[in-house]
Design a binder for this molecule. Sequence first.
Ligand code: ZN
Length: 313
Amino acid sequence: MKLEGIHHITAITGDAPGNVDFYARVLGLRLIKKTVNQDDPTVYHLFYGDEEGAPGNDLTFFEYPGAARGRAGAGMVHRVVWRVGSPEALEFWARRLGDEGIEARLEDGALIFAEPEGLEHELAVTDVADAPLVAHAAGVPDELALQGFDAVRAFTADPEASRPLLEEALAFEPRSERELEARGTQRGGRIVYDVTDRGGVPGAGTVHHVAWATHTDEQEQWRERALAAGARPTPVIDRFYFRSVYFREPSGVLFELATIGPGFTADEPLETLGERLALPPDYESMRDRLEQTLTPLPDTQRWRRASETSDVP
Ligand code: ZN
């Protein structure tokens, strides 16, 4: 039994319109779900991903309107590492980000930058055989596009603290001194620990949690293994697009184990993912009011590439 790499990563934005502009227009991801926070339907939960909304390329944001910028510290993910296909992709992204006034630096063959609210990203050329998970953006050729998550980097005060839970209960494999990988039959994803004693401040531009992908019928077993290893997992929670279990790993990073299905087509067709506000059944009766009061967002359709078939006369 193995986890299938990173399922999704959830972060915080204080500026939902700016967030949509950056991730859908500049980074060329598809806005695959526009829904509300299940605990507070007056604010968004936005999901970005590839064309299919597949686990493995799914970056999500809780909206806290006007939230001050946070700062990653011990027990927090501080960088999202994405796969790209070639060194040419790094050149493309350095230029594209530069045109947006975003400074990117090349370091050890990877491109590192911070988005407008401070969340750090790294684009890395990898040679894994995992299927590239790509969105069809108007301004980004597919061969240069982001291909999904490779890793998260997290801060810890004690790099050895997390190893037993991850290796023994969650079947991660050590890759180097401070690096562990969850590799299943389809995909792999890593967590790399960087040492700091500095405490973090949650807020805009910080990561809330990282979710690892589990086969649906194995979730309960993972939960029990985490529990037996001393973690304190929540019960299974129905998130409609997947089912979730949460716990903090020993360094303090909030982990989620999320099922691969049912996926984002549970409540709308693949063709129009993310176009309409998606509401959990309990909030459907509030739709009119929520559509009036939620922050207006830019229309992302103009940043998408028209499908090949629609160009045929
Ligand atoms: Zn999550």
